[in-house]
Design a binder for this molecule. Structure first.
Ligand SMILES: Nc1ncnc2c1ncn2[C@@H]1O[C@H](COP(=O)(O)OP(=O)(O)OP(=O)(O)O)[C@@H](O)[C@H]1O
Ligand SMILES: [Mg+2]
Length: 169
């Protein structure tokens, strides 16, 4: 099976500190797999997620060495907008990633920004709400959903944006 993500000798130090957070890291993630990355606090897990969607090194600048390829595209050479179609990212403080007044609008936010047609967006909302069995929360204020069975919409909205890779960092 082809590698969907390939990380080759990646090293990264944030510009403001100069501390090397990622050190000569190599990894391959195959299409169709679910990978859990474990490590102690400050090990660099979130930094690595950002290196997969281009926030590192395009937004978080620093000393970057090595190469990350996602679906055949070299991350450091690609724009963040282009990469957002390939890699979704849910950050630790996921509630800060909610933008809208209800779940339906929340799901639509990403596809709208990709300028997809209303029909495609509607179909995605229907498909993903049905997939996670949460049609009943369609018109709820997303910030009021419980952390249990309903959970925050961020976690399942991410794949709805159509990106083949989702990172939860
Ligand atoms: N924007 C930034 N600028 C400078 N240093 C940063 C920045 N973001 C993270 N760091 C530093 O990089 C290191 C790795 O942080 P990162 O958030 O990637 O770790 P983590 O493994 O995700 O930790 P946690 O388990 O707490 O989520 C830490 O020392 C952190 O202080
Ligand atoms: Mg983290």
């Amino acid at each position: 099976m082809a590698a969907s993500v390939s990380i080759e000798s990646l090293s990264f130090a944030y510009r403001n500190t100069g501390v090397r957070v990622l050190k000569d890291l190599s990894a391959y993630i195959e299409e169709g797999t679910f990978v859990a990355l474990m490590g102690h606090s400050n090990a660099g897990k979130s930094t690595l997620c950002c290196a997969m969607n281009g926030l590192v090194p395009r937004f978080f600048r620093g000393n970057y060495k090595g190469r990350v390829m996602v679906e055949g595209k070299e991350v450091a050479q690609s724009g963040i907008v282009e990469l957002s179609k390939l890699v979704g990212l849910v950050l630790q403080d996921f509630e800060a990633q909610l933008f809208s007044t209800d779940v339906e609008r929340e799901i639509a936010f990403g596809p709208e920004n990709q300028r997809l047609s209303r029909e495609v967006i509607r179909e995605r909302i229907d498909r993903y709400l049905s997939f996670v069995g949460l049609e009943k929360v369609r018109h709820r204020d997303s910030s009021t959903l419980s952390g249990g069975a309903e959970t925050t919409p961020c976690h399942w909205i991410c794949p709805c944006h159509g990106a083949p890779c989702s990172c939860y960092g």
